[in-house]
Design a protein around this ligand. Sequence first.
Ligand code: FMN
Ligand code: 173
Length: 344
Amino acid sequence: MTLVSLRDVAVSARRRLVPAHYDFFAGGAGEERTLRDNRAAFDRWRLRPRVLRAAGVPDPRVELFGTELSGPVLIAPTAFHRLAHPDGEVATARAARAAGTVMTVSMAATRPLEQIAATGARLWFQLYPQPDRDFTASLVKRAERACTALVVSVDSPVLGRRARDLRNGFLDLPPGLACENLRDPVTGKVRDIVMDPSLGWDDIDRLRAGTGLPVLLKGVLHPADAREAVARGVDGIIVSNHGGRQLDNAVAAIDALPAVVGAVDGRIPVLLDGGVRRGTDVLTALALGASAVLVGRPVIWGLAHDGEAGVRQVLSLLHEELTGAMALCGAATVADLTRDLLAA
Ligand SMILES: Cc1cc2nc3c(=O)[nH]c(=O)nc-3n(C[C@H](O)[C@H](O)[C@H](O)COP(=O)(O)O)c2cc1C
Ligand SMILES: O=C(O)C(=O)c1ccccc1
């Protein structure tokens, strides 16, 4: 079958995955209202293209924290890639490298960070700061050797209640798979990831003070939090509701974006994830002030479909769709993706 959109890749992935694993990847918290709304909110936007701009072939490149990327679509951190494909995160990283974009490695990756870095991909590391501060510091040290930014997930003081996983009894990885970056090098034992409800701004200050890497906060939806992040010297914000997997009834990511962009007022990059499935979704997010977007599930579906090649396909479909939509809007570069291109 020829795959002409991310929807086709998702269909193929569903056929290949064990149902409980498919549900783990696809599912959200509670009634899955936020999960659905991430998509529905993009569906509501309409574009008002410009004509006769003589824009030529669009150039979608962006620069983030001093590095140039082939386009504004990055890979969001997602857990357990080896559940989708035996190569796991190594395949994802190879695809990111081929596409010229960043892969954000999840703290719950099933390959060691050093192996993922050996692909030569540009990596960011996603961190759930652990109550054991020495352990957290040691993880940050490892990330500094392999990655160019730290993404701190701040939307998970507890794990969301996900009905599909509860029903399926999906609690943990099957034997043979583990969160390799939580393995103790001496004992070989793997720690559990702790969601820390005591995490506060002081912890963000301490993390920042302890690393030279740019620090992004992932999971910000409220403009007051965005303002606080800027005041504390945070380097970037990812507007996200964790793909609808944490707080159900949380606002759709694209609906939360404008107020956050307003609060940040250009001082640091604002990225977005949640429900990005089309080039026109990327275009909409950038027109609303995002510097770039990330995709979570589509990457998993690509992996399940065909490993590295499947993820490459997902990234190139989005790239093709975006450049096509830019051309049709008369946009030569991402700087031309302005608010006036959106109807209403
Ligand atoms: C299966 C799965 C696992 C995830 N694991 C993590 C994780 O380990 N850390 C994290 O910060 N976010 C995690 N996320 C959230 C993603 O980073 C991202 O916010 C979300 O998937 C974006 O929505 P999308 O899937 O609609 O693109 C996960 C999402 C999914 C679907
Ligand atoms: O963050 C998530 O959404 C997620 O599914 C997860 C699962 C296990 C460990 C860490 C994160």
